[in-house]
Design a protein around this ligand. Structure first.
Ligand SMILES: Cc1ncc(COP(=O)(O)O)c(C=O)c1O
Length: 424
């Protein structure tokens, strides 16, 4: 058997793996095209979205066509895209919305922002929502479920969709980390009532900060537009999408993006197919070179063909030390740690969502948990999702990025095989 690097043997990955420098796939591809797109907006002096040759509008049209959805609205972040989706669907005080225990805090924060109560449900070995816990968490106040497709991997949408249909619940897909992922042939975000992308620095495509909310429903779109800009009746006089549109305005926040964001996002969108082709090839190579595991299971993926390929995860089996597995892999040249640990844990775990767990709001009277319209009772505790903490305490995740080649992916798999054999 090969001697582990941890015990003085040769490393499975001799040279450091290429990193991203911090950002996601999109930022590592920024070149003269994005620079020229931004410069040309600056030269034009037209930085505001409401004008006839709007870059933001063009991005919305192009993104809608790429996704295969009727309506898309660009906003200034993924958080605001989620808020606009929830507002668009009429979710507010008195309602509960089920979110996974493993997601960026923006998911429950968006629920709170519209005045609804987030209900935290367990994840399973897909590292996404566990459908059976979703079922357990449904109450008479539940209005919607937000499945989150973490790190490019579509979650168990089929089962979640069935539960939602059974109980008459809305599904809002948080695709912020899964731009371009597919589930059984459809682009994620189009299986539910609305979808949301984030275009921040860490995402598959980026314009620095930005977001997109999309839906097939014209009323949801209209409401999302008002959620993003209360001054629409003023700005849209010349381009009203449908009869009666401006008769139903309401005031909320302002999440309007600038033309600079639209111009950069258009260039990035044109690179999306190339990004996904590369990352999917990396993941395919990685999986193809993994031996049959003895000490771990690979992350469960309902529909591998729709996986964006930007990450891979293994879940170390009970009885094997996850920290030893991580330490051995790191010594082999594949730096990693468990998602949940006592050192520097992944802050996407619900346990670290302090403002949610403490039910803190910007104003005492605005807290959804004590709103007069809400008659339910949701309690949170840091240990309330033991299955999530257990799985994430055994999960090791690996990023796959645009600077890597299939040879790197193969070496990563070989390092895992080596540690697996040694620990079996
Ligand atoms: C799963 C998830 N949801 C929502 C968001 C919010 O996106 P943004 O940071 O653009 O507001 C993010 C961003 O990191 C995310 O990862």
């Amino acid at each position: 058997m090969d001697k582990l690097a941890l015990h003085g043997g040769p490393r499975a990955i001799p040279e450091p793996l290429p990193g991203t420098g911090g950002g996601g796939a999109g930022v590592s591809l920024i070149n003269e095209r994005e620079i020229e797109a931004a410069a040309s907006v600056l030269r034009s002096g037209k930085l505001f979205r409401f004008h006839p040759e709007s870059e933001v509008r063009a991005f919305e049209r192009e993104a809608a066509a790429w996704i295969g959805t009727q309506h898309a609205l660009m906003v200034n972040s993924g958080t605001s895209a989620l808020i606009c989706a929830l507002t668009g669907l009429g979710i507010g005080p008195g309602d509960e919305v089920i979110v996974p225990a493993y997601t960026y805090i923006a998911t429950p924060a968006a629920v709170v922002a519209v005045g609804a109560v987030p209900v935290i449900a367990e994840i399973d070995d897909s590292l996404g929502l566990d459908p059976s816990d979703v079922r357990r968490k449904i109450t008479s106040y539940t209005k919607a479920i937000i499945p989150v497709h973490m790190q490019g991997v579509p979650c168990r949408l089929g089962a979640i969709g069935e539960i939602a249909a059974e109980h008459g619940l809305l599904v809002i897909e948080d695709c912020c980390q899964c731009i371009g992922g597919r589930y059984r042939g459809q682009v994620v975000g189009t299986l539910g009532a609305a979808g949301a992308w984030s275009l921040n620095y860490f995402k598959i495509i980026t314009c620095g900060e930005g977001g997109l909310v999309f839906t097939d429903d014209p009323v949801v779109y209209e409401r999302a537009c008002f959620a993003a800009d209360p001054a629409l009746p003023m700005w849209m006089r010349e381009s009203i999408p449908a009869e009666g549109w401006l008769d139903r305005p309401f005031s909320a926040q302002c999440y309007r993006p600038s033309e600079l964001l639209g111009a950069i996002a258009r260039v990035q969108l044109s690179k999306l197919d190339g990004i996904l082709a590369h990352t999917r090839k990396l993941k395919g190579t990685f999986l193809a070179h993994l031996d049959t595991p003895m000490t771990y299971d690979t992350q469960a993926v309902d529909d591998p063909s729709g996986d964006c390929g930007i990450s891979a995860a293994i879940i170390v089996k009970d009885g094997v030390s996850p920290s030893l597995f991580a330490e051995a892999l790191t010594a082999e040249g594949l730096p990693c740690g468990t998602a949940h640990n006592d050192g520097f844990p992944d802050r996407h775990i619900y346990k670290y969502w302090d403002s949610i767990l403490d039910k803190r709001s910007h104003h005492a009277q605005a807290a959804p948990w004590s709103h007069p319209a809400y008659s339910g009772c949701v309690e949170y505790a840091r240990d309330m999702c033991p299955a999530t903490l257990d799985i994430l305490g055994r999960a090791l995740r690996f990023g796959l990025n645009m600077r890597m080649t299939p040879e790197h992916a193969k070496l990563m798999a070989q390092a895992i095989n080596k540690v697996d054999r040694a620990l079996a």
